[in-house]
Design a protein around this ligand. Structure first.
Ligand code: SF4
Ligand code: SF4
Ligand code: FES
Length: 257
């Protein structure tokens, strides 16, 4: 059997316990992944006892409470707090999702919070999305048209517009790509579900004149065909989208054109 040994400093160790100071009878233990590049060493799990009686309903509210009232050094991304910007994507009790839309009441027992899986960690809950954004840029996610009439609307029929439903809603949160085993192992070559769904969004846009080129660009053993239809992506999308279906549609288009 193959023996794999991980570097010593990759082991996640037990961190600090921040005991409740409020005397609340309604406490929840929140275990949070911590790693600070300026300190180095092993990542650790810090545990915070949080007074849930005075906490709003979402996991992001719990993190904000920790940061504001217990430990200001905790780092995580957030912006809109309404499931629109995608920046608060993280792993909560084993499932990727948006901290600002996930009710903490749905998680019974301890709350365990980690960064999105298989990304390099920038700090604490912040994953490094540089590769994903470069891949996003590579599919040229903008309208390509020879129409020069800048002051006129570029029309499409109702039917053509409907084809973009289930695609345009994507907020590029990366929950899908970071839950995809193929992306874990080949993330530098395989484009992954988030970027492929975006590629398909432009392939399907009736106003775009670059469909053939776009298809050609993704028709690659590594960029596209590393998808083995495992469906983790679709199960983890907090917007209820279906990136696996978008990928299958690209494959079908390539097979029939
Ligand atoms: S398809 Fe869903 S999970 Fe993937 S990036 Fe878009 S919104 Fe996030
Ligand atoms: S269906 Fe494809 S993209 Fe989605 S998780 Fe599976 S391998 Fe990844
Ligand atoms: S903070 Fe914008 S999606 Fe959560």
């Amino acid at each position: 059997m193959v023996q794999i040994s991980l570097p010593k400093n990759s082991k996640v160790v037990k961190g600090k316990l921040y005991k409740d100071k409020t005397g609340s009878k309604q406490l929840k233990k929140v275990n949070v992944y911590r790693w600070d590049p300026s300190v180095g060493g092993n990542p650790r799990i810090d545990t915070y006892e949080v007074d849930m009686k005075n906490c709003q309903s979402k996991v992001l509210d719990v993190l904000n409470k920790i940061k504001n009232e217990i430990d200001p050094s905790l780092a995580y991304r957030r912006s809109c707090a309404h499931g629109v910007c995608g920046s608060c994507a993280m792993n909560m009790n084993g499932k990727n999702g948006l901290a600002c839309t996930k009710p903490h009441e749905e998680i019974k027992g301890d709350l365990n919070i980690y960064p999105l899986p298989h990304l390099k960690v920038v700090k604490d809950l912040i994953g490094d999305l540089t590769t994903l954004y470069k891949q996003y840029e590579s599919v040229e996610p903008w309208l390509k048209t020879s129409k020069k009439d800048d002051d006129r609307e570029n029309l499409q029929s109702k039917k053509e517009r409907e084809k973009l439903d289930g695609l345009y809603e994507c907020i590029m949160c990366a929950c899908c790509s970071t839950s995809c085993p193929s992306y874990w192992w080949n993330g530098d070559k395989y484009l992954g579900p988030a970027v492929l769904l975006q590629a398909y969004r432009w392939i399907e846009d009736s106003r775009d004149e670059d469909k053939k080129e776009r298809l050609k660009k993704v028709a690659d053993e590594l960029k596209l065909y590393r998808c083995h239809t495992i469906m983790n992506c679709t199960n983890s999308c907090p917007k209820g989208l279906n990136p696996a279906k978008a990928i299958a549609s690209i494959k079908k288009m390539l097979a029939t054109t």
